[in-house]
Write a protein that binds this ligand. Sequence first.
Ligand SMILES: NC(=O)c1ccc[n+]([C@@H]2O[C@H](COP(=O)([O-])OP(=O)(O)OC[C@H]3O[C@@H](n4cnc5c(N)ncnc54)[C@H](O)[C@@H]3O)[C@@H](O)[C@H]2O)c1
Length: 517
Amino acid sequence: SLLSFGWYCSWGKGISRFSTAVASEEPIVPPVQIQDTQLLINGQFVDAASGKTFPTLDPRTGEVIAHVAESDVEDVNLAVSAARKAFDEGPWPKMTAYKRSQIILRFADLVEKHSDELAALETWNNGKTYEQAANVDVPMLIRIFRYYAGWADKIHGLTVPADGLHHVQTLHEPIGVAGQIVPWNFPLLIYAWKVAPALACGNTVVLKTAEQTPLSALYVSKLFHEAGLPPGVLNVISGFGPTSGAALASHMDVDKLAFTGSTETGKIVLQLAAKSNLKPVTLELGGKSPFIVCEDADVDKAVELAHSALFFNQGQCCCAGSRTFVHERVYDEFVEKAKARALKRVVGDPFKKGVEQGPQIDSGQFKKILKYIRSGIESGATLESGGERFGSKGYYIQPTVFSNVQDNMLIAKDEIFGPVQSILKFKDLDEVIQRANMTRYGLAAGVFTQNLDTANTMMRALRAGTVWINCFDVFDAAIPFGGYKMSGQGRVRGIYSLSSYLQVKAVVTALKNPAWL
Ligand SMILES: NC(=O)c1ccc[n+]([C@@H]2O[C@H](COP(=O)([O-])OP(=O)(O)OC[C@H]3O[C@@H](n4cnc5c(N)ncnc54)[C@H](O)[C@@H]3O)[C@@H](O)[C@H]2O)c1
């Protein structure tokens, strides 16, 4: 399907020229019309109650793509009451699980049909490469919805052998209205991680998109209604965190809150939930994940994986392998090759075939990343490649590699969320385990070794929600994902996500004659 876009290959020939000059070329015109810019409440697209809108920008240029309705407290109230009514009175939680799963499957089929447009919209609004949006983000969204559609009719309780004259059973019921707040780095993928399990379990949803990337969630949610989703079951609002997001987190009629974003905002929403109705909260937050290359690792493979572990999605991944620990025996070779690989990385218009890296999401992130790069230089790390903006337009940053990074430098401690690789040297396993764990985060870790004993030790010793061994960024629908420590609470994906969208009700019935229990 990539080749079906004539424009996609129209720049022709070599991609090498793009690695030096993006600014001199006009951005490729995305092959998609923007239709949905209002709030989706109770199955209808509506303006914000205030009539306010805000611009959503193209990260390639900083120019306005569209003006989008800006929700605030009043709109959140409307969306929550639509979701409440759909839960309390509507058909969704009461229909057979099989029927729910059929609607979700129909939705996945519709997304598949529209996947080219959807990928283009995601690239336009986010800056990620079209190749990634089309081959990773959209197919994964489809896969996640099909996976949870499969769960819908396999959720059931237990019969419990309690002491005494009682028949005891548990009912696994939907929790009610789920409030969901998502970030901008994987707008569609994180939408899927949140919406799919919530709906499969029979809940209703109010989802607030990130202010940088409101468009793709509106597009797919319209398709959901075409697939037969009853009105009010899935409400999608665009808007800002401190207004709309905070109103959702503190709403008395929201029964559960799921948040993905920064650790700082995670703390805020947890407080808002506690101060209002004590709604349970799941949090997927930031990370500073170690990627550990042991002395026996295949260096070429490790270089390539370490490169993609950090630079994938412009370095804007919560689980980015942002501390590359390399054993001293292979360190020099690794640094040379990591630098060479970064210098080869193709930066340019994300719609162009062969481009590996597009722009960062916005000017705030762009400036923050450049500041961290300056801090790396000032604190004495060795700048091996990159270090500056790329081109003169938009939010592109050169693939940047630092070696000689020390644990106490800011670039080794803070989540940079950009294309900046920090390479640190280590001597032995106990030392690297201790240093890898010396962080407030605990989202993921990568280990590169051919020694089974080393792998077994590391997988147990590393305090992280995911340990990838000789691989990285494997995001299957069935694999649970979440953080230790300040990287979050709870898990998304897989069977583990279901429990955060279910209540367990114990039903105890007195028995007259226990003989047949
Ligand atoms: N662990 C994961 O699965 C995962 C996945 C993706 C991103 N992330 C993290 O997300 C962060 C990047 O995303 P971001 O910059 O959009 O994060 P952010 O915390 O600034 O924003 C995330 C969402 O929270 C909303 N928000 C902001 N302030 C709020 C408030 N006071 N009340 C309620 N909602 C509020 C925003 O509008 C947005 O929708 C990174 O730290 C990254 O590691 C984590």
